[in-house]
Ligand binder design. Structure first.
Ligand SMILES: Cc1cc2nc3c(=O)[nH]c(=O)nc-3n(C[C@H](O)[C@H](O)[C@H](O)COP(=O)(O)OP(=O)(O)OC[C@H]3O[C@@H](n4cnc5c(N)ncnc54)[C@H](O)[C@@H]3O)c2cc1C
Length: 452
């Protein structure tokens, strides 16, 4: 199959951009799926047959037309930093690597970046800050991840405490999508119509041009504060996160021993103490230090943020990077993605500790939800024993009102961002009726005439 496919694709794009080397295809077929001990054995052997690297939307259209004609699956890849095997092809076929489509067309006068999908978020953040703007939110994979991959696979990150997630507050203004219809075409989605495609893992269209709203740049300072107890650290960080008087980009809490995993910033950590990480408007630094001291904390570090290359870049220890450091310290660790109740969270923490002890370690990321309420989002570090035990923990979380987006499944529906109004599914039925885009990842979709 590979030879015929490669030969066919080489009539569409320059053969230097049709990849057949097994090691490269293997790399381009995988992401950080191995974070999950459940997904690891299931996805390790899955690969595409060929990877192709288009440089223009015309080439994307031609590749999809070819794939449709020959009934070959197509799985899109941005930078491959997704966590759940989102870009791992389950049924072989073509890996559509969009990393060469990485142009920033412009930043408009009102702060909207117009770009191609392969543009790296870090590059966009750097350029935007030169022009007085910055990203509203970004994943902790800022330097590597692409704008298209973030919109199709991510949810939020640093900045979400002020600006919510990707699906909130009109941050994703519009995009053009190439469809997998019999005759592929470019369709522009604007306003509420973006939600048909957003976070659908490339199952219902290929994003080729994006309008992404930015926010005016702020002179940030990064701060770490150590506290005797998790409770103190949580209460302090909650007060910063929820009080609109503070201008912040990050409000994170780790209970001990999570800070002990951060080997490169050991000097900022205090033995046995919980740690808060905050990015705050530099003009508020003095007030923050006073608030920290009043709350019983010790400020262990303050430093400027000068863009993605800042050292140390505290966001490298937050969001899902925390899990990476934990796994480096002990490969038996994995994680969950949770949302605690803004009002009941202390009780929820207590119930989880009573039931699971230190099998679950609290890592909180405060974020604003779509209603404008700041809630304790969380990516707790979890000690893995068996899949059953992990599922028991997920079920218990849900039974006490803790939202869980399950990162140990490889399909959209249980991943927490699938829309109950089914608009992503309806877009799939419309734009990919033959089920060729990233097959197996939207399990509620069935090809016409094929029984569920
Ligand atoms: C250490 C670590 C930390 C992370 N932290 C965060 C975080 O803070 N917040 C967060 O939201 N995520 C986080 N992630 C997940 C991931 O890094 C982000 O979602 C990232 O934005 C994905 O971008 P990517 O370019 O690597 O996408 P990929 O992994 O390449 O793709 C993600 C999904 O989008 C699809 N896709 C890619 N490009 C397109 C396109 N142009 N059109 C249609 N579909 C497309 C792919 O098929 C795949 O299903 C983290 C992951 C790791 C490993």
């Amino acid at each position: 199959m590979q030879d015929g496919l490669a030969a066919g694709l080489s009539t569409i794009v320059d053969s230097s951009r049709v990849v057949t080397a097994p090691a490269v295809i293997d790399r381009l077929s995988h992401d950080f799926y191995w974070y999950s001990p459940v997904l690891r054995p299931r996805l390790v052997d899955k690969t595409g047959d060929v990877a192709v690297q288009p440089v223009s939307v015309d080439e994307v259209l031609a590749v999809l037309r070819y794939a449709g004609l020959h009934q070959v699956p197509v799985t899109v890849r941005g930078a491959g930093t997704g966590n759940y095997g989102q870009c791992v092809p389950l049924e072989g076929g073509i890996v559509l690597d969009l990393s060469l489509m990485d142009k920033l067309e412009e930043i408009t006068a009102d702060g909207v970046a117009v770009c191609q999908p392969g543009l790296r978020l870090g590059a966009l953040e750097s350029e935007a800050r030169k022009q007085g703007w910055e990203l509203r939110m970004y994943p902790s994979t800022l330097v590597k991840a692409s704008v298209g991959g973030f919109l199709a696979g991510g949810s939020g990150g640093i900045g979400s405490v002020a600006h919510g997630g990707l699906r909130d507050f009109d941050t994703v203004r519009a995009f053009e999508v190439v469809t997998m219809e019999e005759e592929p075409r470019i369709v522009k989605h604007e306003g509420p119509a973006v939600h048909e495609i957003l976070h659908a893992w490339g199952t219902n269209g290929v994003l080729t041009r994006i309008w992404f709203a930015l926010t005016p740049a702020i002179d940030w300072v990064q701060v770490t504060v150590a506290f005797e107890s998790y409770d103190q650290a949580f209460t302090f960080t909650e007060s910063i996160a929820t009080d609109p008087a503070w201008t912040k980009r990050l409000a994170t809490v780790f209970e001990w021993p999570i800070p002990s995993f951060f080997t490169p910033i050991k000097k900022l950590v205090r033995d046995q103490k919980s740690l808060a990480l905050v990015m705050i408007d530099a003009t508020q630094l003095e007030a923050l230090a006073t608030a920290a001291s009043n709350a019983g904390g010790e400020v262990t570090f303050t430093g400027p943020y000068d863009g993605p290359r800042t050292q140390p870049l505290l966001s490298d220890y937050t969001w899902n990077h925390t899990t990476l450091w934990a796994m480096k310290a002990d490969p038996a660790f994995t994680y969950l993605q949770c949302g605690f109740s803004a009002t009941e969270c202390r009780n929820q923490f207590r119930l989880l500790r009573e039931r699971f002890g230190r099998e679950i370690l609290f890592h909180i990321e405060f974020m604003k939800n779509g209603d404008g309420i700041v809630i304790p989002g969380a990516i707790p570090v979890v000690r893995f024993t068996t899949e059953d035990r992990l599922n028991e923990m997920i079920a218990f979380c849900r039974s006490i009102g803790v939202f869980v987006a399950n990162p140990h499944v490889n399909y959209l529906e249980d991943g927490g961002r699938f829309r109950p109004d089914n608009i992503q599914l309806m877009a799939k039925q419309k734009y990919d009726p033959r089920g060729l885009l990233n097959p197996g990842k939207m399990i509620s979709f069935h090809k016409q005439g094929v029984a569920p």
